[in-house]
Design a binder for this molecule. Structure first.
Ligand SMILES: C[S@@+](CC[C@H](N)C(=O)[O-])C[C@H]1O[C@@H](n2cnc3c(N)ncnc32)[C@H](O)[C@@H]1O
Length: 241
C-alpha cells in the first residue's frame, strides 16, 4: 500500500495547529492589509486563498470587503473554516494538484504552502493550475520561506512547550529538502511527523515561474513588504502576472 504523503496526515492533526499557534492572526492580517493596499485591489476582486488552512487569511480578506474562496486538502481545517462562511466567503476541500473549476482575479499561496512534493513536475503542475485559474491580468501572490536564510540560521535541535505538549524538534537539510522532525507525547501516545519542504531558493523559484509563463512584478522579503535580501529576509514573496 502506498504510504500517505506527510502533508496529508500532519496538517490534518490538531497538533500542527498547536505547534504553530504563534503564527497567529496578527501576522496574517498585517500581510493582507499591506499587500491588498500595495496592489490597490478593488473590492470586486475575487481571491482564491490556496491552501487556506483554517482560513485565517481568507476570513480577514473577506472582512476587508473581498469575495474569497478558500481551498485546502485538510478536511478538518475546511470543516473548521466553514463556520465563517457567508455569501462572499466559501471554503472547499481541494487538492491544488488538480485544476480549478473557476477563474479568479487573484490567487494567494501563503505561508510556505508549496514545495512539498518530490518531483519538480508536481511543483510546476501546481503553478500551471494557478495560472490557468487566473482571469486575464489576474495576480498571483506567492509567500514562501527564504531558503538561504533558513540554511544559514538552521537551529538543529529545539524543545518547545506549547499548551501542555512538549515538542522535540530536529532540523536538517538533506537531499534538497529542509526536514523538520517533530516528536511529542500527546493523548496517551508518542507521535512523530517530518515536514519536508523543498530547498527552493530565489533562483530556482524564478526558474519555475518563468517555465510556466508567469512574469514576476515584485519581490518582497517580509510581511511589511520590505525589499528581498537573500541573507536577511525572513520570507520570499513574489507578486506575478
Ligand atoms: C503551512 S500550511 C499554511 C496554511 C494557510 N495558508 C495558513 O497560512 O494558515 C500548508 C497548508 O497546505 C495544505 N496542503 C498541503 N498539500 C496540499 C495540496 N496538495 N492541496 C491543497 N492543500 C494542501 C495543508 O493542508 C496545510 O493547510
Amino acid at each position: 500500500m502506498k504510504k500517505k504523503d506527510w502533508f496529508t496526515d500532519w496538517f490534518n492533526t490538531p497538533y500542527y495547529h498547536t505547534l504553530y499557534k504563534h503564527r497567529n492572526d496578527i501576522d496574517a492580517q498585517l500581510f493582507m492589509k499591506n499587500i491588498t493596499a500595495f496592489l490597490s485591489l478593488p473590492k470586486t476582486t475575487h481571491i482564491l486563498d490556496l491552501p487556506c488552512g483554517k482560513g485565517r487569511h481568507s476570513v480577514f480578506l473577506n472582512s476587508l470587503g473581498y469575495k474569497v474562496t478558500g481551498g485546502d486538502l485538510a478536511e478538518n481545517s475546511i470543516k473548521f473554516a466553514q463556520q465563517f462562511e457567508n455569501e462572499s466567503l466559501q471554503f472547499r476541500v481541494h487538492d491544488m494538484r488538480k485544476p480549478f473549476n473557476n477563474k479568479y482575479d487573484a490567487v494567494f499561496n501563503l505561508f510556505t504552502s508549496f514545495g512539498y512534493f518530490e518531483d519538480d513536475n508536481e511543483d510546476l503542475l501546481i503553478l500551471e493550475n494557478i495560472k490557468k485559474g487566473l482571469k486575464e491580468n489576474g495576480l498571483f501572490v506567492f509567500d514562501f520561506l527564504n531558503a538561504i536564510k533558513v540554511k544559514n540560521t538552521l537551529v538543529k535541535e529545539e524543545v518547545k512547550k506549547v499548551e501542555d505538549i512538549t515538542f522535540y524538534i530536529k532540523r536538517e537539510i538533506k537531499d534538497g529538502f529542509i526536514l523538520k522532525n517533530i516528536s511529542f507525547f500527546a493523548d496517551g501516545k508518542n507521535h512523530s511527523y517530518t515536514e519536508r519542504v523543498k530547498f527552493l531558493d530565489i533562483s530556482k523559484m524564478k526558474d519555475y515561474f518563468n517555465k510556466v509563463g508567469f512574469t514576476i512584478t515584485e519581490i518582497f522579503g517580509d510581511y511589511k513588504l520590505n525589499k528581498f535580501d537573500s541573507e536577511n529576509s525572513d520570507r520570499l514573496i513574489f507578486v506575478a502576472k
